[in-house]
Design a binder for this molecule. Structure first.
Ligand SMILES: Nc1ncnc2c1ncn2[C@@H]1O[C@H](COP(=O)(O)OP(=O)(O)OP(=O)(O)O)[C@@H](O)[C@H]1O
Length: 534
């Protein structure tokens, strides 16, 4: 079924089998067509591809159910990331013998049962294995991959002695906590006959009895040592009390207030350190817009959310907070590898751009695994939908010339502001100007969004997906400048004037026309048919 021309049928079948398992209406409607073809971007939610091969499955927090098959991943031989965390998936853990490139596995917070498969021991690139909060049983296999940097099997029903490999011993107790029958370091539980025998179930009976004999001796020795330590401690404490009494009598013992003041000093010092530590490092929402209600990440997680759509750089959600505020949350993916300081510097530059026609950034969140932007919600949606939505149906809202002109004026003003406030000649201050990034608020005011992302997005991704990289200058000379935005603005004007969809900024699955002279049309004609250049 594999086709060397770039489409891998058996990988698609594997994903379709997963889709059937999860029986999730969103995936049912989203996972259709070809999941990845050569180097084209995939539109299957949560699927990552490279060279037409599936390299990642990221389906988190989706309430997915169903019993996953053990051989679910055998045909996905290029898989390097899988995260199904925080769902309700059951079944045994999958066999990983055919996935030698796996680097990150996160199956935490599900209902997986059975043993941790030995096939995981042969994944030589494995960096993260997160299996916490499941119903896994049996012993922990002897992981010894030096690549493994993140490991968690806490809150399962695992049993037996934790193998004494360098890798497993390098993780702290929290990686193992909540498994009553695990023993040995780094847990504080000594292995006794009960839990040790349960680990060595597979060994033969005679070695079992020898082993338990040895352990009985070990337990006795440990108990004796503990009793001796306790005895010594009692003696020490009695002597300490006696000395304290004598010194107090001679006025040599420091006053209790001094002791209290050191505690108070430490509390003050801790607060001062907290103040000095930037909020990004403490995993908090950082508000960049004054004059608006503050809330915490927890409030955001509790808010009811509605997907607005999948953009080129992550998904957008509308979140309705309990305090009544509505915000848009954009999850950013495919970012440049920036340090937290660089990220904050770039975000501050974006936030400092203030203009009535720019959608304001309200807040951001930065952590190692998650970067979020919070924006004001624009109630009347985007200009792409106003121009092209519901065409030929009764649902179409007419988009009057006066409104189109107001949009053209608003975008021009916002763009002028961005350009005047950007010194660099080799960047496009907006970078991704297109009708889906022009929004209308509840008063039909024009607000442009997604400006300044060129400074954050990794270049190869930006070059594939951003409008500034579709310009004739970039195609011929790999040049980006303020003029790239001017070209994008010209295309937007043509789109407003003709009602045609430009091919270079058409959303996934829609064929546009070559409205701006960048080359032959990408596919079929525009929604109205015909070639605008003629
Ligand atoms: N603040 C907002 N208010 C209302 N709708 C929004 C807001 N921000 C984004 N949207 C809508 O959410 C959807 C997804 O937006 P997003 O910016 O992620 O993708 P896009 O604009 O389609 O593509 P790109 O990622 O290239 O900008 C779009 O329909 C967009 O118009």
């Amino acid at each position: 079924k594999d086709d060397s021309s770039g489409f891998h049928g058996n990988e698609r079948d594997a994903l379709l089998a997963l889709k059937a398992t999860f029986n999730n209406s969103f995936l049912d409607s989203n996972w259709t067509g070809i999941m990845c073809y050569l180097n084209e971007k995939t539109y299957w939610y949560g699927i990552q591809c490279f060279n037409g091969r599936v390299t990642g499955i990221i389906l988190e927090n989706m309430k997915l159910t169903g019993e996953i098959k053990e051989d679910a991943l055998v045909n996905l031989t290029e898989l390097s990331n899988i995260s199904l965390k925080n769902n309700l998936i059951s079944g045994k853990l999958m066999k990983f013998a055919n996935n030698p490139k796996l680097r990150n596995i996160d199956l935490s917070s599900n209902k997986f049962h059975g043993e941790i498969p030995q096939s995981l021991l042969y994944l030589n690139s494995l960096e993260a294995l997160l299996l916490q909060d499941n119903n896994l049983t049996g012993p922990i296999p002897g992981f010894n991959q030096s690549s493994l940097k993140s490991f968690n099997v806490s809150r399962n029903n695992l049993s037996g002695k934790i193998p004494e490999t360098k890798t497993l011993q390098s993780f702290g107790f929290t990686s193992y906590a909540g498994n009553e029958n695990l023993c040995g370091p780094p847990t504080p539980i000594l292995c006794n006959a009960k839990n040790y025998v349960s680990e060595s179930n597979s060994e033969n009976l005679s070695s079992k009895s020898n082993g338990s004999h040895f352990i009985e001796i070990l337990v006795v020795v440990n108990v004796v040592v503990l009793v001796v330590i306790l005895f010594l401690f009692i003696i020490y404490y009695k002597k300490y009390k006696k000395l304290k009494k004598e010194m107090k009598a001679k006025n040599l013992w420091p006053k209790d207030e001094e002791h209290d003041s050191t505690i108070a000093d430490r509390a003050i010092e801790k607060k001062a350190i907290e103040k000095r530590t930037p909020e990004v490092e403490r995993g908090k929402l950082v508000f960049v817009e004054n004059n608006q209600p503050r809330f915490e990440l927890d409030d955001l997680l509790k808010a009811s959310a509605e997907g607005l759509g999948k953009g080129n750089f992550g998904n957008c959600y509308k979140a309705m907070l309990e305090i009544g505020q509505v915000v848009v949350v954009k999850r950013l993916i495919d970012l440049k590898p920036l340090s937290s300081e660089e990220f904050v510097r770039q975000v501050r530059a974006i936030a400092n751009q203030k203009h009535p026609n720019l959608l304001p950034l309200l807040a951001y969140y930065y952590s190692k695994d998650e970067k979020l932007f919070l924006y004001r919600f624009a109630a009347h949606g985007n200009v792409y939908n106003r121009l092209h939505g519901g065409r030929g149906t009764r649902d179409r809202i007419p988009f009057r010339w006066s409104s189109r002109l107001a949009v053209a004026r608003g975008v021009a003003r916002a763009l002028e502001h961005l350009h005047q406030n950007t010194r660099s000649q080799t960047t496009a201050p907006h970078g991704n100007l297109k009708s889906s990034n022009v929004l209308l608020d509840e008063n039909e005011e024009t607000l442009i969004s997604d400006y300044g992302l060129t400074s954050l997005i990794a270049l190869p991704i930006a070059a594939q997906r951003m409008v500034a990289y579709k310009t004739p200058e970039y195609q011929s000379h790999k040049l980006i400048s303020k003029k790239s935005d001017v070209w994008s603005y010209g295309c937007l004007l043509l789109e407003l004037l003709t009602g045609r969809i430009p091919a270079h900024s058409a959303p996934p699955g829609i064929n546009g026309v070559d409205l701006c002279g960048v080359g032959p049309p990408r596919g079929e004609r525009g929604v109205d048919g015909g070639d605008i250049r003629s």
